[in-house]
Structures are given as structure tokens and as C-alpha cells.
Design a protein. Structure first.
Length: 188
């Protein structure tokens, strides 16, 4: 497991724990709670509020250990040929290989006085195509979680060979970019 951990860049613990539950047929301890948000408002004589249900799962092992136990099963997902992906036919779970880097998108402003808004995101260059990743900082390994907020000086020359299990979601033809949710990213 140590070698796997040393190469791990991203691990979606929610996905891994759900797949672990499905594959190993291990049920966690579950607590379901109704939570009231801060948006309480006064209606016509009634109070309305932002109430939602929250499910908390507790396993006896870590997500890293779960990943180690189901890694072989996750390898059964197919490798992707991005050119075969089509919009409007649903998402697909696949492995992709490429180089992890940073992407930048500048939103054009409607007014000359406003500055263009800049969005930065992780992306993988794969098969001469770009795959923009919808990531969560808490799933990134230590160090990688601060790249997007670091100085521009440290954000150049990033090109790390990776293999990633992703859910391909759609292709943005205008930006020549695929959009995907990563579940596992490891260095090759």
C-alpha cells in the first residue's frame, strides 16, 4: 500500500467508500440527520427554512485502505478513447492517461471597464485533447491541494504523467475541452 500512497494525487473518498460498500458488501454505520440552514425566513404567518437531510457513514477502515482493497476491481473500468465520447448520450466511467497540468479560462467581460474573470482548474492532456477536472480540494494529496491558490510563479511547468479514473461528463466544443469528475488520480 505504501507504494500506492506515494503515487496518489487524488482520491475521492465518497466514491471509494460507496464502491467499497457495493463491491465488498460491507455496510457502514449510518446516521441520518435533518439540518436547518441559516436561511430561515418569515413567510405569511409561517416560518420557512433551509432544511435538508444529511447522511453520515462511518466505516472501520480508512478510504485509503478501502482503495487498496478494491483497486483491482476499479481497474476493470475500460481505458478511454476520448474521440468515441459523444455528448447527450450520458456519462461514462473510464481510465485516462496523460499529463496533469493547470488550465485557465478567461471569461470575457461585457464591459470594457471590468476585468476579465479568470478561472483556474486542473486538467489532463490526454490523446492530444484536454480534459478539465471538476475537483474538490479535500480529495487532493497534501501539497497538491494548494497549487490553485499558490503564486503564479509556482504554477508554470506543471506536467505530471498520470493515470486517472474519471467520469466523462460532456465535451465543450467551443473550448475544445472535455469535462470530467476524477475519482482516482495516480502518478504513472
Amino acid at each position: 500500500m505504501s507504494k500506492d500512497f506515494d503515487k496518489l494525487i487524488y482520491l475521492d473518498s465518497s466514491f471509494v467508500s460507496s464502491k467499497y460498500e457495493e463491491i465488498r458488501k460491507v455496510s457502514p454505520t449510518v446516521q441520518i440527520t435533518k439540518v436547518e440552514g441559516m436561511k430561515a425566513q418569515v413567510g405569511i404567518g409561517l416560518f420557512s427554512s433551509d432544511i435538508h437531510t444529511q447522511e453520515t457513514k462511518t466505516f472501520k477502515i480508512s478510504s485509503l485502505k478501502m482503495y487498496g482493497e478494491i483497486k483491482d476491481e476499479l481497474l476493470n473500468y475500460p481505458d478511454s478513447s476520448l474521440s468515441l465520447f459523444q455528448n447527450y448520450t450520458g456519462t461514462t466511467l473510464v481510465w485516462i492517461e496523460g499529463n496533469l497540468s493547470l488550465g485557465t479560462w478567461r471569461e470575457s467581460s461585457s464591459s470594457q471597464k471590468q476585468e476579465n474573470e479568470v478561472f483556474q482548474y486542473f486538467e489532463i492532456y490526454c490523446q492530444d485533447k484536454r480534459v478539465a477536472l471538476l475537483t474538490h480540494n479535500e480529495y487532493l494529496s497534501s501539497g497538491f491541494d494548494s497549487i490553485l491558490s499558490s503564486s503564479k510563479v509556482f504554477q508554470s511547468n506543471i506536467s505530471i504523467p498520470v493515470r486517472s479514473l474519471v467520469r466523462l461528463m460532456w465535451h465543450v466544443e467551443d473550448a475544445e475541452n472535455y469535462v470530467a469528475c476524477p475519482y482516482v488520480i495516480t502518478e504513472r
